[in-house]
Design a binder for this molecule. Structure first.
Ligand code: NI
Length: 212
C-alpha cells in the first residue's frame, strides 16, 4: 500500500476515533447538565419515559409496573464481552451493599439493545448470574429501540472487517450509563461507566434519604 493510501486510512481512523469520543463526551455533558434535576427547563431533553417490554420470565412489563419503586436501569446486551458484565456486576454489588430497607425500594433492570439475540430465554440464562432481583427486559426491535430512544442510549452494531452483515457474532457499541429513576418514573441521576459499587450505593442511599 502506498504512502498516500496509508495517510488516508490514518486520517479516517483519527476522525472516527475523535468523532465517537466527542459524541460520548457531549452525551455525558448533556446528561450532567440535568444531574439532580427533577426540575427541567424546556429545551432540555428528558431521560426516561414509557416502555413496553418483556421480562426474562416472559411477563409483559411497562414503566408503570415500577411506579413507587426506584429503577436502577442499564442498557446493554448479553453477548457484551466486558462493559455490560462489569456494569451489571457493579449494580448487583451496589444492591448488596445497600441497607435492606433501601434495597427493597430499588428495582435493578437490564434492558437489551440487541433483542435479535437477546431472546427471553437468553435473558433468563443471563440475568440470574448477576442479582436474584435483577429483571432482564427485551422485546421486539421496535420495542427495545423505543426504550433506548427514551433513555437517549446510543448503540450500533459493529461488524469486524469482512464479517458478513448477517453474522450473529457481531459486537454492539453502546453508551454505558446506569440511570436512577425516581418512584414517579422521573430521571434523578446517573452513574458513569467504572463507578464503584460503593459509590453507586452511596449515591442511591443519599437520594432515598432525601426523598424517602
Ligand atoms: Ni456492553
Amino acid at each position: 500500500m502506498n504512502r498516500r493510501t496509508w495517510l488516508i486510512i490514518v486520517a479516517i481512523v483519527v476522525v472516527l476515533t475523535f468523532g465517537f469520543g466527542f459524541r460520548l463526551y457531549n452525551m455525558g455533558r448533556d446528561i450532567s447538565a440535568e444531574n439532580g434535576g427533577q426540575t427541567r427547563s424546556s429545551g432540555v431533553a428528558t431521560i426516561g419515559g414509557p416502555f413496553n417490554l418483556v421480562d426474562q420470565n416472559g411477563k409483559a412489563r411497562t414503566e408503570q409496573d415500577f411506579r413507587g419503586d426506584y429503577m436502577l436501569i442499564y442498557f446493554g446486551y448479553t453477548y457484551c464481552p466486558d462493559v455490560c458484565p462489569t456494569e451489571l456486576q457493579a449494580m448487583s454489588n451496589a444492591m448488596d451493599i445497600l441497607p435492606a430497607d433501601v434495597a427493597k425500594k430499588v428495582q435493578p433492570i437490564f434492558v437489551s439493545v440487541d433483542p435479535e439475540r437477546d431472546t427471553v430465554a437468553a435473558m433468563a440464562d443471563y440475568v440470574p448470574h448477576f442479582h436474584p432481583r435483577m429483571l432482564g427486559l427485551t422485546g421486539t426491535l421496535e420495542q427495545t429501540s423505543a426504550a433506548a430512544r427514551a433513555y437517549r442510549v446510543y448503540y450500533s452494531k459493529a461488524f469486524e472487517e469482512g464479517e458478513p452483515k448477517d453474522s450473529d457474532t457481531y459486537l454492539v457499541d453502546h453508551s454505558s450509563f446506569i440511570y436512577l429513576m425516581g418512584p414517579n418514573g422521573a430521571y434523578i441521576r446517573h452513574f458513569n461507566y467504572g463507578e464503584t459499587p460503593e459509590k453507586i450505593a452511596e449515591g442511591i442511599e443519599k437520594v432515598v434519604a432525601n426523598q424517602g
